[in-house]
Design a protein around this ligand. Sequence first.
Ligand SMILES: [Zn+2]
Ligand SMILES: [Zn+2]
Length: 182
Amino acid sequence: MKVGILPIAKVDTAILRRMTESLEQIFPDTICKVIAEKMPLLDRAFDKKRRQYRSNVILTEIQAFAAEEDLDRVLGVVDVDIFEPELNFVFGEASCPGKAALISLFRLRPEFYGASADEAVFLARAVKEAVHELGHTLGLRHCPRVSCVMHFSNSIFDTDKKQSLFCDDCYLQAALSISNMG
Ligand SMILES: [Zn+2]
Ligand SMILES: [Zn+2]
């Protein structure tokens, strides 16, 4: 499948380029590139009371962008805090199945949790969240296996506990969805 990573507003594109390599290794038959243009963050996505951005408003924008592109999947990346109404925050969201996914880097840096900066940890977390949300776009649901990338992350500890890889069952399902893209 052809995956485009779409930077939204202010995002460090160096980490996005490093993510493309991991995504190409993890998904079968996949090429991944960082999209040159940037999408703006809409004012109406911002919730003034919560001082966070609405994940589903941004995802809808990514869906509209993806519909115009010659890409199988578009992964939007923001560096602001995002949420869904019933949750304090989310690491990401995706159409399941669909063309669009979104992740936020905001809560992935060790510094956010008072630890010292660590690029490797930051990248590993970003890759896990990206694979997880792209997995949803392929129709995959949450997996009960704690080490599988499709396991639900309630906190950064869950993210750190799981691998960036699919378990055998999820991998087969992802590979099948990709091969059906034709
Ligand atoms: Zn999920
Ligand atoms: Zn699994």
